[in-house]
Design a protein around this ligand. Structure first.
Ligand code: ATP
Ligand code: MG
Length: 427
């Protein structure tokens, strides 16, 4: 998360501390207050939660009056964010509630404050429906979450069909938890998703992209993509293709920790390759189309295009002129590109010659060698009496290539080459 200066481990500890202080203060004011949802699941699994949620019977007004440093972030849901002293440290405190009817497949039409049990039952999966009382050191389980955590099962709370019908995003959340935790999807929940898979289109693109990003950033990305395929969600999300099977090896071979754009590039590269749509749409068009469809930033789209289009150029890196290779390796995302080359090498069993060659070149070439200052400009061409025109670009390009190929090394050599080229044009 961008807003913090603390290392993530310290931040998590500070959040835990803040969550504990909040529970104590609410408790001392006569209210029930419990850790709720994802943080309880992670604690039960012995993992460090990355954020904490507190659920309470105190109304949002009372919560705000008890914590001066707080914001009403989800006023319509009764959610108050209490801010810690360090930047990026905050805990959401939500009043126990039950959600009303969902008429749009995305949000409840209304919410009503209620009991802890109602609050547990409005949550999505049993493993996310647990509370923990940090004062009594007790788990409180109205939904069978402990048993499912022990059995490693993701199961919707209540009737799965109805719960997914209410909020279609839960389909992607289910896949994400299955992938991330290495759990099984309970059968009736899986069947509900399979029968409602087309309706994932009702969810806003931003929420879908957010879930896909979380899946792809996690080292279990290959498993998540496999369950998206198995549940027929992937073809709805990426309708361009025909074959979605076994997208496993490439994603599996990515480094555990990798950027979103690298994983996204790998996914589309693999889909494209399996479908052999070599002629239309071009890879470039596909990257743009899906980048725009999922509202990636322009920077992300450009980065993905660089990765996907540069990769085939590197297949025979050792045969590329340096004038072509250096600009590729000078790019700020070149580490991701080399990761992709290495990953493709492992997954598709290429020999690693070109990867090793690029690595060796990067050891030898400094940044200055990769992208040296230019030796001549348009003024030097004008000084030779050549009229402005497309020829300028050609001349500058030819001299630049000679410089990157290390055929010329300094300005006098560049000017000599320019004169030679100009002589040919005039002659
Ligand atoms: P993560 O570790 O990714 O944060 P999480 O389970 O904490 O996972 P959040 O999105 O932070 O997920 O939500 C906190 C809790 O709110 C969940 O554990 C769940 O109880 C509830 N919740 C979140 N989204 C939904 C939803 N779409 N439908 C029902 N309950 C939800
Ligand atoms: Mg959470």
């Amino acid at each position: 998360m961008a807003e913090t200066n603390l290392p993530s481990g310290d931040r998590a500890k500070s959040m835990q501390q803040l969550a504990l202080e909040i529970v104590n203060r609410l408790h001392n004011a006569g209210h029930a207050a419990l850790f709720a949802g994802g943080c309880v699941r992670d604690m039960f699994l012995g993992q460090q939660p990355h954020d904490y949620d507190v659920a309470t019977d105190a109304s949002p007004d009372i919560v705000q009056s008890l914590f001066r440093r707080s914001l009403a972030v989800g006023a319509q849901f009764g959610v108050i964010e209490v801010l810690g002293k360090q930047p990026g440290v905050h805990v959401q405190v939500a009043t126990f509630r039950s959600d009303g009817h969902y008429s749009d497949g995305r949000h409840p039409d209304s919410v009503k404050y209620g009991t802890a049990e109602e609050d547990a039952k409005r949550r999505d999966f049993t493993i996310n429906g647990l509370f923990f009382d940090p004062i009594a050191h007790q788990f409180i389980d109205y939904v069978g979450g402990r048993e499912d955590l022990e059995k490693k099962i993701v199961r919707a709370i209540g009737d799965p069909y109805q719960r997914i019908q209410e909020d279609k995003l839960r389909m992607l959340r289910a896949v994400r938890f299955v992938g991330r935790l290495g759990f099984q999807l309970e059968q009736a929940t899986a069947e509900a998703i399979r029968s409602l898979h087309q309706e994932i289109k009702q969810v806003s693109v931003e929420r879908i992209t957010d879930e896909l990003k979380k899946m792809l950033l996690h080292r279990t990305r290959a498993a998540s993509i496999a369950s998206l395929t198995e549940l027929q969600l992937l073809p709805v999300l990426f309708p361009q293709f025909k074959h979605y099977d076994s997208l496993y090896p490439l994603l599996q071979a990515l480094p555990e920790s990798c950027s979103f754009t690298l994983a996204w590039a790998a996914l589309l590269l693999d889909l494209h390759r399996k479908n052999d749509t070599e002629t239309w749409p071009t890879r470039h068009e596909l990257m743009q189309r899906y980048g725009r469809a999922f509202r990636l930033s322009l920077e992300e789209i450009q980065c993905v295009i660089y990765l996907v289009e540069s990769l085939p150029l590197l297949f025979k890196a050792e045969e590329l002129p340096w004038a072509s290779l250096k600009p590729i390796l000078a790019h700020k995302q070149r580490d991701d590109l080399l990761s992709l080359l290495r990953t493709a090498g492992i997954a598709w069993q290429w020999d690693a010659t070109s990867y090793r060659y690029c690595e060796e070149r990067l050891r030898v070439w400094s940044d200055e060698t990769l992208e040296p200052d230019v030796l001549i400009t348009g003024e030097d061409i004008a000084a030779l009496g050549i009229p402005q025109g497309p020829v300028y670009k050609m001349l500058l390009g030819t001299v630049r290539d000679a410089q990157l190929n290390e055929e010329i090394h300094d300005r006098p050599e560049a000017l000599a080459l320019l004169q030679q080229l100009a002589g040919r044009i005039k002659g």
